[in-house]
Design a protein around this ligand. Structure first.
Ligand code: SAH
Length: 220
């Protein structure tokens, strides 16, 4: 059993407002994305001892050697996805569940996969406790995607992708976007692939980011 402290008070709301202003000043323009960051309580995704860090624009440890992405990174990737309500979105790398909650806030039907059993279980329990609907959690290897639920309108990878993720590209709808940080070096290039046809993709490149690596297989 988990015990979550789901208290969201005026102080937290004030800190979120400031965070939204900061993200605007860093170049995030999409109003719905800014509203989502302003509404989803990021401190719920932190251990109680660390909630004071929740509204800094920083990545933070969530256990199992993994991190909750920096708010700027979440906003940046979400903005590139151009989410419309009811879209089917596959997220690889559930981690804390924060990004999944932001996508759900935007009205997406979210399918999220995590390879660490403990993180998968915790994020699932937390989003349930928060009454975040339309997020389905899966424990597995994101390289495989979720063929049974494909195709997806959008795919988001929140770990550094070492090679083109062929199975995921197959599971994308024609016209859909796949957003991922790509590369094996110290930093990765944010890329957006648009599926033009079954075997044809267009690639756009954006800024550099630092993600934890996308790894094969599951961890118990
Ligand atoms: N989206 C997360 C950020 C998580 S960091 C959040 O909002 O908190 C990246 C996550 O990807 C880690 O939890 C890591 O365990 C997971 N991951 C790495 N490789 C994976 C794979 N092949 N399949 C599924 N999850 C993976």
């Amino acid at each position: 059993m988990y015990r979550f402290n789901l208290d969201d008070n005026y102080r937290h709301k004030g800190l979120r407002k400031k965070l939204v202003e900061l993200l605007k000043s860093k170049g995030i323009t999409n109003e719905s994305v800014l509203e989502a960051i302003g509404q989803v309580p990021r401190h719920f995704f932190f251990e109680t001892a660390f909630t004071e860090h929740a509204y800094e624009d920083k990545a933070f440890q969530i256990g199992e050697g993994q991190t909750i992405s920096q708010p700027f990174t979440v906003a940046y990737q979400t903005q590139l996805l151009e989410i419309a309500r009811r879209e089917k979105v596959l997220e690889v790398g559930t981690g804390s569940g924060y990004q999944a909650a932001v996508l759900a806030y935007l009205g997406a039907r979210v399918f999220t996969i995590e390879r660490h059993k403990k993180l998968y279980e915790r994020a699932r329990a937390l989003l349930e406790a928060m009454h975040v609907h339309h997020v389905r959690h899966f424990y597995g290897d994101g390289f495989e995607g979720l063929p049974a639920y494909a195709p997806f309108d959008k795919i988001l990878i929140t770990a550094a992708v070492p090679e083109f993720p062929a199975r995921l590209m197959e599971q994308l709808k024609i016209g859909g976007y796949l957003v991922m940080p790509f590369g094996t070096g110290d930093v990765q290039k944010m890329q957006r692939l648009t599926k033009i046809d079954d075997n044809k993709f267009e690639k756009e490149e954006f800024d550099d980011f630092k993600f934890v690596p996308m790894l094969k297989g599951k961890v118990y």
